[in-house]
Design a protein around this ligand. Structure first.
Ligand SMILES: [Zn+2]
Length: 512
């Protein structure tokens, strides 16, 4: 059988590279054009030449990289073109639907997302994007025969393009300033190179970060009285939607009635995504949170009974006395809460009462308000604000539906924290403290942004301002005289609560 039968048409290697470069430029850069047209007056000559300069840069970058592949690894040219086309189609869907920026941290988010969470995103419109922009062009590429010859012409093509394109960019020096100013945003929108580069950067940073966590200095305890501290790590809860923080809706009906509760205003998350923020919450420093022994390991090493219960993921490597996931707890759980954060409280009172240690740290890592499926974070009883957004394609919902579903997750969190306080109140004669802080906030369509993970420098406050609450069994409220608080307060406050003496302890960050 002749190999020509399976190919619909044949192109020389230089034609193929040119075609794939142009296809890539036209189909997969709509978000980039949108950004340029939103930020540049396109009815002026300056605007048009700047746009053309941006196009010329993308064209040259892609032409060069595809040509290098064609010359060095010619057998990879076709499969790589197909893989990039499919990935680009998926990327375009997320960029246009959720306005995400495919930078290093976002690639980390995507690569760390668990399979069950990715299923949330597999919507009908995702398949429309994927088939039209991914599968169809891929099939055309697949049916194309690439002739083996023509390398010299390919090199010539690159050289001529760089001379002409380079000259054009050079002559439009007045557009450089604008391009330079927006380089980071533009770079994140150049497909496929943005996610290829940023995936590589994510992994190289991770392998660096995997260096051994530096141990903290020795710790001693001022007393050996029995005492419990519960640290609840929230997920995607933003302070703006807590009535305790001035939200006009009653989203904290339980906690607002609690005595001994302190609300710390103006608390900033150190990042807009889970892994970095959880590292900050557990670290004594925000400057290199992953470089040191985290709070659970530190206390565990000094004899504290550390119990970690999670409905979430993404914590740094930690040492605990007990690490439990929902699958470990569900068997003994009863009631509607078992499919939600409530499962974390299963048998907790008995576990604390049965502990042989004097100091007990419980960390509850909740699923909180994790999107986009806000509607699946609470029991039916908490569907108080209606109608709600029932799809994960957030831009298909009205602002009101989205806000309703999100606010219901806050209601559930309010109930969950209240139930945890109930549990602590029932501990006979054991003083206890509950600390609650969220990892980061969330965008609910403000400024066209959804979800979180926007680069910190440009992220809105909705993604950065988090609730930070403390309850103490002695029913005293705390003095909150600082202008602002951060996730660095947690480490030092937990040390303070346990009466730990250590060189690493910073009294100025201890809220007690
Ligand atoms: Zn998170």
């Amino acid at each position: 059988m002749s190999s020509d039968n399976k190919h619909a048409w044949a192109l020389s290697i230089s034609q193929f590279v040119l075609l794939i470069t142009l296809l890539n430029l036209i189909i997969f850069h709509v978000p980039l054009y949108q950004f340029v047209s939103d930020n540049l007056p396109l009815d002026s000559l300056q605007g048009v030449t700047t746009l053309l300069s941006v196009l010329a840069i993308i064209f040259l970058v892609s032409l060069f990289l595809f040509s290098v592949v064609a010359l060095v690894l010619p057998f990879l040219l076709k499969p790589l073109s197909i893989i990039f086309t499919l990935l680009n189609a998926a990327a375009i869907y997320f960029m246009t639907t959720y306005h995400v920026v495919l930078d290093k941290t976002m690639m980390g988010n995507i690569l760390n997302t668990r399979n069950e969470e990715s299923l949330d995103f597999l919507t009908p419109s995702f398949f429309v994007y994927f088939v039209l922009l991914g599968v169809l062009p891929s099939w055309l590429i697949f049916k194309t025969k690439i002739k083996k010859r023509g390398q010299l012409r390919l090199v010539l093509q690159v050289l001529v393009s760089f001379v002409v394109g380079g000259l054009f960019i050079y002559l439009n020096a007045s557009s450089w300033l604008w391009i330079d100013k927006h380089a980071k945003t533009l770079g994140g929108k150049i497909l496929p190179w943005s996610y290829v580069m940023n995936t590589a950067r994510h992994y190289s940073e991770q392998s660096e970060g995997a260096k051994i966590q530096q141990l903290l200095p020795p710790a001693t305890f001022r007393n050996d009285k029995k005492q419990v501290v519960v640290l609840v790590i929230g997920e995607t809860a933003r302070a703006q939607n807590f009535s305790l923080y001035g939200y006009s809706r009653q989203t904290n009906p339980f906690l607002s009635k609690r005595k001994g509760l302190t609300v710390f205003k103006n608390t900033n998350a150190c990042s807009t995504y889970t892994t970095a923020s959880v590292a900050c919450i557990l670290s004594h420093t925000e400057s290199n949170p992953s470089g040191f022994e985290p709070l659970p390991s530190y206390l565990n090493r000094h004899g504290v009974d550390v119990i970690w219960r999670t409905k979430n993921w993404g914590e740094p490597p930690i040492k605990t006395n007990e690490y439990l996931e929902p699958s470990d707890l569900e068997a003994n759980c009863k009631g509607a809460d078992c499919a939600f954060d409530g499962v974390l409280l299963t048998g907790l009172k008995q576990r604390i009462e049965g502990s042989t240690k004097n100091k007990i740290l419980v960390v509850l890592h909740t699923k909180g308000s994790h999107g986009p499926s806000y509607f699946s974070r609470y029991t039916k009883d908490f569907e108080v604000f209606k109608p709600i957004c029932k799809t994960v394609e957030l831009d298909k919902c009205t602002q009101q539906e989205l806000q309703n579903a999100y606010d219901n997750t806050i209601l559930y969190t309010d109930y969950f924290l209240d139930k945890t306080i109930d549990l602590l109140s029932e501990l006979d004669g054991v003083p206890s403290t509950l600390i609650y802080i969220s990892d980061h906030g969330e965008s609910l369509g403000e400024f066209g942004l959804y979800l979180h993970g926007t680069p910190y420098a440009i992220a809105p406050d909705f993604q950065k301002k988090v609730p930070f609450l403390v309850w103490q069994s002695n029913k005293n409220s705390l003095i909150t005289n600082a202008d602002s608080y951060s996730q660095a307060n947690i480490f030092h406050s937990v040390l303070g609560a346990f009466g730990v003496e250590s060189k690493i302890y910073d009294k100025s960050l201890d809220v007690f």
